[in-house]
Design a protein around this ligand. Sequence first.
Ligand code: ATP
Ligand code: FE
Length: 329
Amino acid sequence: PIILAIESSCDDTSAAIIADGEVLSNVTAGQAVHEEFGGVVPEHASRAHQRNIVPTVAVALSRAGKTADDIDAVAFTRGPGLIGSLMVGVSFAKAFALARNLPLIEVDHMQAHVLAHFAEAPKPDFPFLCLTVSGGHTQLVVVKSALDQQVIGRTIDDAAGEAFDKSGKMLGLPYPAGPEIDKLARAGKPVIAFAKPDPGALDFSFSGLKTSILYTLQKKIKTEPDFVKENLEDICASIQDTIVSILLRKLTMAVEETGLTQVALAGGVSANSGLRDGLRALAEEKGWSVFIPRIEYCTDNAAMIGVTGAFKFAAGEFVGQEVAPAARF
Ligand code: ATP
Ligand code: FE
């Protein structure tokens, strides 16, 4: 089948065309408006989705060399995400399906982040272990099959991406700070020790890290007023090293507990070079096989929604026009 996929859970409007599981196009419109406010403002996000959705779908169709008449089904992100953002994508998908009498496929955004690995080769075999690290989630997932995913570890407070973004905000870096910290960290050394909170089992905690960074820097500033400015690269390298080592430690525990040695990374934070390099080095040492999608498929994108939609199409999992967006899904 040829599937039109729509993603609008946060601040990226994305549309993709998937033909028999293969990605023909994947078009994403970002929203620069949030930089100005140092974070995603839900009302702005919703309005930008309204402006972007029609042109984004049009470009996705034309890049795929398809027209609306070629579409067999519409897949969309039902949640989790910002309700006003989800509303735009869900409404568009429902209207498109209603007008053309097409089946609708609802997709769980987090399940889709994991299945982004099937957007292109190399694809892991089932079962595999996935560490999903994004702006809103940090999860260790046992992926038994495409539609049978079990979360075995999660953050009890902030997500890994949030930890990057909030730490960067304290340093005065622009939003989103994750990529900025990554860039600066490359020129620095992880010489500052921050706390590594551990809530036990396979769970994560990142909110204590912010406090630890704040107190450490405040103490330094007392004797060296320009400490942050003069040591920005080392501070970033230390923040990144702390987050990455927390993630890799729990991932190692999850491999030991599950016996799964195919290890996959998903979500926007998998763009982080420290995490990518750290995981590759660890995998080499331990003999794991590692799967890291291209960055286009790590951050929010409709291709992952379409790929998940294709699995659900094959399983006959459709929804009716009464479907509504779900902020928590
Ligand atoms: P969710 O999927 O949980 O709803 P989201 O879709 O908003 O959240 P993503 O788009 O997957 O999240 O990821 C965005 C996050 O990834 C941001 O927190 C951003 O700072 C972080 N990020 C992106 N690139 C990097 C990088 N190179 N290093 C660290 N963090 C990064
Ligand atoms: Fe996401």
